[in-house]
Write a protein that binds this ligand. Structure first.
Ligand SMILES: *[C@@H]1O[C@H](CO)[C@@H](O)[C@H](O)[C@H]1NC(C)=O
Ligand SMILES: *[C@@H]1O[C@H](CO)[C@@H](O)[C@H](O)[C@H]1NC(C)=O
Ligand SMILES: [Cu+2]
Length: 182
């Protein structure tokens, strides 16, 4: 009896620890790395974004001089046309952290006139949360004939469902762990 209880307790505690480790592994990326969020030096934010793999729960930080720039989350259409008239969200502190809560594309641009057209825009694609299995998905190499990005179906509803299920499972595991450990 006592031994079984201890074993169960240990198993639950290990599970809870694993869950917490998973949560803690969310990464933080500074947009543009050391260059930050700017037009000076014409950082290539497309190259920056494609050189990273973003997962659910990761954070991107926009650092910039707030006298000269801002950050807007926009639709794909607004991103493409640099339309700053209907942002879904705007940040202006100069040190803005954005948590990536859905899979798929997150489009950001600077709302100061001319800056988006000058390249101050970034498309951050969040891959579905395979964070624990680092199996690289081999990209079929293309001939480079086209620069048009492949259309991505909007996976937001599925992502939300998956996320809330994961959160529920995590929450019940943690309360189970708490109950057993008391
Ligand atoms: C930025 O980088 C992307 C991906 O590497 C490349 O396709 C594109 O031509 C670059 N843009 C400029 C303006 O250099
Ligand atoms: C930006 O904010 C984070 C906390 O959100 C803080 O740790 C960091 O020092 C800030 N950076 C600057 C340059 O203010
Ligand atoms: Cu700007």
């Amino acid at each position: 009896m006592v031994g079984g209880g201890a074993a169960r307790r240990a198993a639950v505690a290990a599970l809870a620890a694993a869950m917490l480790a998973g949560v803690a592994s969310a990464a933080v990326y500074e947009v543009g790395d050391k260059m930050g969020w700017t037009i000076l030096g014409s950082p290539n934010y497309t190259a920056w974004a494609t050189s990273h793999t973003f997962h659910l729960g990761d954070t991107v930080v926009f650092t910039y001089n707030k006298q000269f720039h801002n950050v807007m989350a926009v639709s794909k259409a607004s991103y493409k046309s640099c339309d700053t008239s209907k942002p879904m969200a705007t940040w202006t502190t100069g040190n803005d952290s954005v948590v990536l809560k859905t899979t798929g594309h997150h489009y950001f641009l600077c709302g100061i006139p001319g800056h988006c057209a000058g390249g101050q825009k970034v498309d951050i694609r969040v891959v579905s949360s395979a964070a624990s299995s680092p199996a690289p998905t081999p990209e079929p190499s293309r001939g480079g004939a086209t620069s048009a990005p492949a259309p991505h179906p909007n996976a937001a509803p599925e992502a939300l469902t998956g996320r809330s299920v994961a959160a529920t499972v995590a929450a019940s595991l943690l309360s189970l762990a708490a109950a057993v450990l008391v």
